[in-house]
Write a protein that binds this ligand. Structure first.
Ligand code: ATP
Length: 270
């Protein structure tokens, strides 16, 4: 009998993961701007194959941490490893090779307004791969199908799309290079509850079928309940609590108490 190997490692049980089960390892990271310190000696692990929801009050530094991991913001101190590679030790070529292994969905989609959906999806392909136009067209159409967009959307410009369609197109672009890690910055913001639930479902399905590791900054409690294996909460520049939602619901941290036990959360608990 062939041995059955699970696609996703077991997650969400709170156990300390083995070293090679960690996709992103952040240790002692401090980031600031001028006099202001935003992240202070922050530690965080994102495990391979999990959906980690990253929450925190407005302006606490969720995007700053995301950008620090992506190498878009300079940290003052600490180390960040992705797939065991210390980002500070990589040559430019090695960093580019690593960039091919992640995809990013920035807040508000951030599509290029002068390019069609198809062309937007091909931007990372042009930057990182050397493929024929015909192959890029074929691959981009595949991504459009993967995110549930109608093939007609391929030749539309962002201004011709609804908010939900823009998010899907941006997700298709994030998936252009078949990444192993997906960074999502508030993916459901601006969507109505039905659109948001559909988008969560899409992310959950893609994550399972493609075995993705997902790092998701979100304010959306519904997303935390429906697709996150674990949640990390940022407060005072550090991860104040992390674990499966059931554990975080028990946390005595004042911000988490007010966050989870507010009106919307009560509705979810009923
Ligand atoms: N390039 C920058 N220069 C100066 N300050 C910055 C810069 N980028 C971020 N900040 C500051 O860092 C802090 C954290 O910002 P960040 O965007 O990470 O917050 P956030 O937790 O993602 O907030 P929100 O949930 O509102 O999007 C804010 O006070 C912001 O003004």
């Amino acid at each position: 009998m062939p041995k059955v190997v699970p696609v996703r490692p077991e997650t969400g049980n709170g156990a300390i993961p083995a070293e090679n089960d960690v996709a992103i390892k952040v240790r002692g990271v401090t980031v600031g701007f001028g006099e202001k310190v935003v992240l202070r000696d922050l530690d965080l692990d994102v495990r391979r194959g999990e959906v980690l929801g990253f929450v925190g009050g407005s302006g606490t530094g969720k995007s700053v941490l995301t950008r620090a991991i992506l190498g878009l913001v300079k940290k003052w101190s600490g180390t960040i490893e992705v797939f065991g590679e210390n980002l500070d030790k990589l040559s430019r070529e090695e960093h580019r090779a690593l960039e091919r292994r992640w995809g990013v969905l920035f807040q508000h989609g951030a599509l290029f307004s002068g390019l069609t959906v198809l062309q937007n999806i091909q931007v990372p392909m042009r930057e990182y791969l050397h493929l024929s136009q015909a192959l890029m067209d074929e691959l981009a159409m595949l991504k459009i199908e993967m995110v549930g967009l109608n093939p007609d959307a391929a030749h539309k410009f962002p201004s011709e799309l609804s908010g939900g369609m823009i998010k899907r197109a941006a997700l298709a672009r994030a998936l252009a290079l078949d990444p192993e890690i997906l960074f999502l910055d508030e993916p459901t913001s601006g969507l109505d509850p039905i659109g948001a639930a559909e988008f969560d479902e899409l992310i959950g399905t893609l994550q399972k079928t493609l075995g993705l590791t997902v790092f998701m900054v979100t304010h959306d409690l519904d997303s935390l309940y429906s697709i996150c294996d674990r949640i990390a909460a940022l407060a005072d520049g550090k991860v104040a609590a992390e674990g499966p939602i059931k554990e975080l619901l028990q946390s005595q941290h004042p911000w988490l108490q007010s966050y989870f036990h507010g009106i919307r959360a009560e509705r979810m608990n009923r």
